[in-house]
Design a protein around this ligand. Structure first.
Ligand SMILES: C[S@@+](CC[C@H](N)C(=O)[O-])C[C@H]1O[C@@H](n2cnc3c(N)ncnc32)[C@H](O)[C@@H]1O
Length: 303
């Protein structure tokens, strides 16, 4: 927002700030420059994005413009908008986020949908059922919280290995007033879960291979936590370890519902079909028709 001699006298109205910033962010590589500009200006102004539309001709005061300038400068270097404003919507619910947790993605909503669909089918047969659910690799807690909000008949353990992510998940659980339904636990996958009567293990684990990590967008690679993304040399390491642990913890006919990338979907499907522990193995596609979620049902446990 530098001024030159011809534009110096024009006021920096909301409309002009948005137009200038949209062009600037387009040049610096944002794929959603107008949306970014609006979200950042609404944040600087402390209003909803929609309120900008009825205030196009207003000029924000200097502290708001200074705050906006600083946010735009950081966005132009690739910092994600969600980290700049400290929040992100998921499954139509608001979540606090920070650089300590992954920014929730819309494709992860399929994990929630697959779990709720199956739980509702079971409830239709057995209305008194109370589900035990474990959300492994919970990050912000977005999966656990979205499920708990729509399924009062459940108790959830939300697990993460990162103490910093655990703090964010706890803040979100408190914000959504779900402390009675969700316990946030620090653990390496399911190693701290003694219970072997879990109905659903849901997860969006790290599933990016080390080589794929180098190809990720700069804003993801440089700003989101590496431990939330990278699994190992192949990308399947954590999912395979999780599937083996989940087989021990699930009840007979319990479900494993796990996000993955299209790159490893066939491999994970073969892995699950290759053991006698799972049946009804399927891969669900996301809205972009990409293979995105592995679903598998626990077979009867041999005694
Ligand atoms: C892809 S993020 C998912 C976060 C959140 N569930 C979501 O969908 O936005 C993966 C999370 O797994 C956690 N994590 C990585 N390795 C883990 C492990 N061995 N045990 C438990 N959590 C782990 C990371 O700290 C990160 O929060």
């Amino acid at each position: 927002m530098t001024t030159n001699s011809t534009t110096q006298s024009e006021p920096w109205t909301i409309l002009r700030l948005l137009q200038w910033t949209t062009e600037h962010l387009k040049k610096t590589g944002s794929s959603s420059p107008r949306l970014d500009a609006e979200v950042l200006l609404a944040h600087a102004r402390g209003c909803d994005r929609i309120q900008l539309y009825t205030a196009f001709s207003e000029e924000p005061d200097e502290p708001v413009k200074a705050k906006f300038r600083e946010l735009v400068k950081r966005r132009a270097t690739g910092e994600p908008v969600a980290y700049l404003v400290g929040k992100k919507e998921f499954y139509s619910l608001p979540f606090q986020v920070s650089k300590d947790c992954l920014i929730p993605r819309s494709e992860t909503e399929h994990v929630v949908i697959e779990c709720l669909d199956r739980a509702k089918t079971i409830l239709a047969r057995d209305p008194s059922k109370i589900f035990k659910i474990v959300d492994v690799c919970t990050g912000s807690g977005c999966i656990a919280i979205s499920i708990a909000k729509h399924l009062p008949q459940c108790s959830i353990k939300a697990i993460d290995l990162s103490p910093a992510a655990i703090a964010i998940a706890n803040a979100n659980v408190a914000q959504h007033q779900l402390s009675e339904q969700i316990a946030v636990v620090e653990s390496d996958l399911l190693s701290s879960i003694a219970d072997s009567s879990v109905d659903f293990v849901v997860s969006n684990p790290p599933y990016v291979s080390e080589s794929e990590f180098l190809q990720l967008e700069k804003s993801v690679r440089e700003h989101e936590p590496r431990m939330a993304l990278v699994s190992g040399a192949t990308g399947t390491e954590i999912i395979e370890r999780l599937a083996s642990q989940a087989a021990d913890k699930l009840v007979e006919n319990g479900w494993l519902i796990c996000e993955l990338s299209p790159m490893i979907a066939d491999q994970v499907e073969s892995h699950l079909n290759g053991t006698s522990q799972w049946s009804s193995v399927s891969i669900v596609k996301d809205l972009a028709r990409l293979k995105r979620i592995a679903v598998a049902q626990r077979n009867a446990k041999s005694s």
